[in-house]
Write a protein that binds this ligand. Structure first.
Ligand SMILES: NC(=O)c1ccc[n+]([C@@H]2O[C@H](COP(=O)([O-])OP(=O)(O)OC[C@H]3O[C@@H](n4cnc5c(N)ncnc54)[C@H](OP(=O)(O)O)[C@@H]3O)[C@@H](O)[C@H]2O)c1
Length: 254
């Protein structure tokens, strides 16, 4: 029996987690480490303390770790960061998960152009440009890679006007998933999304009708960040080698 063919882990891989300082991002990191990742690169925006704490936690597991603050819309700088991370960890990237994002809740009539610009920059433009850089690097290095965007069920079925800007910014990742899946698929680089529903993190602390929303979930509870992390690990693993161009919902049934 060829056991490697049925392995669900990410043994020996170097995985980049953009937004690894966040609630879902940090659980994605832990899931990858628990399933055999050998190198991890974590990015953060403002929470260097969280990134450093996670770095120490997984270094203690014997993983080679690099952390950095990145500006995803500065492509030249982002490309340099990728090179620095590979040099520091000593392994080329096998997979990347883009788990950064911002989600302010504002009454529809109070949403400003500045907010729309900022949210789309963080949730759409940055992830799109970063994913392009990562895919081009994987292609140039001949890597069989996997790229995963953390989108949102809100981007598929928007159900609250207070997050109209957020919902649009997540929805706008879908064409990138499809286009990249096609463009880079022939180079053995897969592109997918994970669309979480309600996940129990501080991001939802100011959602006005959260209790009513939770009642609509068939499983009767919010998801955990670890449950999203495990799906991300599967999509980064060779076990998902024929999954390409999808945006997988993980919402407990809704
Ligand atoms: N929680 C949910 O129910 C839910 C549902 C669907 C989708 N999602 C998506 O899942 C992802 C993670 O969410 P979460 O709940 O883990 O939230 P979180 O704990 O607030 O994490 C957000 C992450 O994004 C980074 N970030 C924030 N602003 C940024 C900016 N301007 N530029 C670059 N990075 C920035 C944060 O970095 P710092 O902390 O270092 O500033 C952090 O790493 C997001 O894309 C979110 O939209 C969440």
């Amino acid at each position: 029996m060829d056991k490697a063919k049925y392995n669900l882990g990410v043994q020996g891989k170097h995985i980049l987690v953009i937004g690894g300082s966040g609630a879902i991002g940090s659980e994605i990191v832990r899931s990858q480490v628990a399933n055999g990742a050998k190198g991890i690169t974590i990015t953060y925006n403002s929470n260097k303390t969280a990134a450093e704490a996670l770095q120490a936690e997984i270094q203690a597991e014997g993983v080679s770790v690099y952390i950095a603050q990145v500006d995803m819309v500065n492509t030249a700088r982002f490309d340099l960061f990728l090179e620095e991370a590979v040099q520091a960890v000593g392994l080329e990237f096998d997979a990347a998960v883009i788990a950064s994002g911002t989600s302010p809740n504002t009454p529809f009539d109070e949403q400003t152009i500045e907010q729309y610009r900022k949210i789309y920059e963080v949730n759409t433009f940055g992830p799109t440009l970063a994913a392009r850089s990562i895919a081009n690097r994987m292609k140039a290095k001949g890597v069989k890679g996997s790229i995963v965007f953390i989108t949102s069920t809100n981007g598929k079925d928007s159900n609250a006007s207070h997050s109209n800007h957020y919902d649009g910014s997540k929805s706008a990742l879908w064409p990138t998933i499809r286009n990249m899946a096609k463009m880079y698929g022939k180079h053995n680089i897969r592109t997918n999304g994970i669309a979480p529903g309600w996940i129990d993190t501080a991001m939802n602390d100011d959602v006005p009708d959260l209790k009513d929303e939770i009642k609509k979930i068939y499983l009767g509870r919010q998801g955990t960040a670890a449950e999203v992390g495990n799906l991300a690990t599967f999509l980064c693993s060779d076990a998902s080698s024929f999954v390409n161009g999808e945006d997988w919902e993980i919402d407990g049934g809704y």
